[in-house]
Design a protein around this ligand. Sequence first.
Ligand SMILES: [Zn+2]
Length: 230
Amino acid sequence: MSVKFTGSFLLAMLLFSCQEKNYKSYEYELGVISNPRIYKMLAEDSPEKQMVDLKELIPGIVLDIRYATKNNFTGNRIYLLEKAYLRLPAAKALKRIEAKLNKQGLGLKIFDAYRPYAATVKFYEVYPDTNFVAAPWKGSKHNRGCAVDLTIIDLKTGKELPMPTPFDDFTEKAAHSYTDLPKNIINNRKLLRDIMTQNGFTSIPNEWWHYDFVGWENYELLDISFSDLK
Ligand SMILES: [Zn+2]
């Protein structure tokens, strides 16, 4: 009995360490950059790789960084700082979008932008469904500083325009193809999609709030904390 216990215990330990090793080897195979000095060198070499603090470039933008609170699908606070970073060209595109929306009395609210790779691993452990959560063996475009989760607000009231679902609702209702909705909600979703796709971003089928910056392949996956980017 004790031999059997020891055997299964060792097996469990082995599986655990393999899993740990897997994430490390994904990181290695994907070329995830976790050294802030290497990121800095790359950004000095190619200025478009600079990570930009959205609040500094677009002072009027509203942040509701859910992963810096417990109000997210993990139920835990994942980020230590409430920050939104994107690579320079993506940040500039968002600035143009904000300016266009402002003319209509509207603005952007950001739920998430750059996300360190370690957070992607954590998300997958909590919710291992790659329809909604990025696979650690691929990484997320958020890890490249080239994806943003956002919605539109009314500047007068500060309230979000009604959308099909809340942020990070992992149901079919979050898909762009879902049409069993009031007309105004369909129009709001379309307003966001049109302005994003006309200004350098592409949508994904399953999440109305998520947009990828075109050219994301040119930017490395990063695992650098917000405090190291500051
Ligand atoms: Zn996203």
